[in-house]
Design a protein around this ligand. Structure first.
Ligand code: NDP
Ligand SMILES: O=CC(=O)O
Length: 319
């Protein structure tokens, strides 16, 4: 009998077809409240689960008594309760590497858009307010030759540093759990303490995973340490930042602007003050969201899942 795989996120047809060759597949392309009960029913017989960002806690896992692998189509795995998975003997996998350049492009694009006020000025032109003025009230700030502080010099942090160093002649400071000699050599990055990074950087870019240790890692004190002219970019997870403190920092002008791909709650609440601030550029968590990269991620996730169900060691097992 074929093993059963449940897919709970839209993936390219190619991925569904590949999995269907070896497994019985239940595909929930659009998982909503109206088909959630059916999804839960399918979990009862699932050996493998493929998708992204759904909270996998005890309550959900109780519906999946024969589950052997959860394959995340993402690098981040803060949706998984690893301790609970370990207790149940369930393997977890993710998709690092294949999204580094795409995510770095998005986050650097967000940095540029925030520094040069691109979304604000786009709205200004399209709403017919441009009367020919090119006065100071339309000016942004330079990115090139400025100081970029990267918190989390991992794979994506380094891809951002590469763009900043070679493309924009920026000076790179970084703070990380361990020293990254390869980044120091390749991009002349300087390792420093978090406080040094916050006080010295013109741009502060957060690229660490969300863990109990990094929950609200950037808070009121950190924003107060930043320059009043600093621009804060979060491309990691919203929960790494104390969002109330960020709002206060922008309102009190402790910092100049923020560019955010991620929020404490996603989708972000409609009445979140960040959404009405002209000095904030927002994106709907689309760091890796290009057609090409999402296809690579889904293919890699399918490979991880297939290997785990075939009794082999998947290439991206989370330990
Ligand atoms: N916006 C989006 O769409 C996307 C967001 N992401 C987010 O970006 C994160 C990073 O991805 P990626 O670069 O691939 O991951 P990596 O694991 O390659 O890099 C993470 C880096 O963070 C460092 N780090 C971890 N914990 C701490 C800590 N407590 N203090 C200081 N440094 C720490 C790690 O240090 P060390 O090497 O010493 O362990 C590592 O260098 C993901 O976990 C995910 O949350 C990822 C993809 C897309
Ligand atoms: O947020 C995206 C990821 O891959 O992690």
């Amino acid at each position: 009998m074929k093993k059963k795989v449940v897919i709970y996120r839209e993936v390219p047809e190619k991925v569904v077809n590949t999995l269907m060759k070896n497994f019985e597949v239940s595909y929930f392309k659009n998982l909503h409240t109206n088909n959630y009960d059916e999804f839960i029913k399918e979990l009862q017989h699932a050996d493998g689960l493929l998708g992204a960002s759904m909270k996998m806690d005890k309550e959900l896992l109780d519906h999946a008594p024969q589950l052997k692998v959860i394959s995340n189509i993402s690098v981040g795995y803060d949706n998984l309760d690893l301790e609970e998975l370990k207790n149940r003997g369930i393997i977890a996998t993710n998709t690092p590497g294949v999204l580094n350049d795409t995510t770095a492009d998005t986050i650097f694009g967000l940095l540029l858009a925030t520094a040069r006020r691109m979304t604000e000025l786009d709205h200004y032109v399209k709403s017919g307010n441009w009367n020919g003025s090119k006065n100071e009230d339309l000016f942004g700030v330079d990115v090139h030759h400025k100081k970029l502080g990267i918190i989390g010099m991992g794979s994506i942090g380094q891809a951002i540093a590469k763009r900043a160093h070679f493309g924009f002649d920026m000076e790179i400071l970084y703070y990380n759990r361990s020293r990254k000699k390869e980044a120091e050599e390749a991009f002349s990055a300087t390792y420093c303490s978090l406080d040094e990074l916050l006080t010295q950087s013109d741009f502060v870019c957060l690229m660490i995973p969300h863990t109990p240790e990094t929950e609200k890692m950037i808070g009121e004190r950190d924003f107060q340490l930043m320059k009043n002219s600093a621009i804060f970019i979060n491309g990691s997870r919203g929960k790494n930042v104390d969002e109330r403190a960020l709002i206060k920092a922008l309102q009190q002008k402790w910092i100049l602007r923020a560019g955010l791909d991620v929020f404490e709650h996603e989708p972000v609440e409609k009445d979140n003050p960040l959404l009405t601030m002209p000095n904030v550029v927002t994106l709907p968590h689309i760091g890796s969201a290009t057609k090409e990269t999402r296809e690579k991620m889904a293919m890699l996730a399918a490979e991880n899942l297939s290997k785990a169900l075939d009794g082999e060691t998947p290439p991206n097992i989370i330990r």
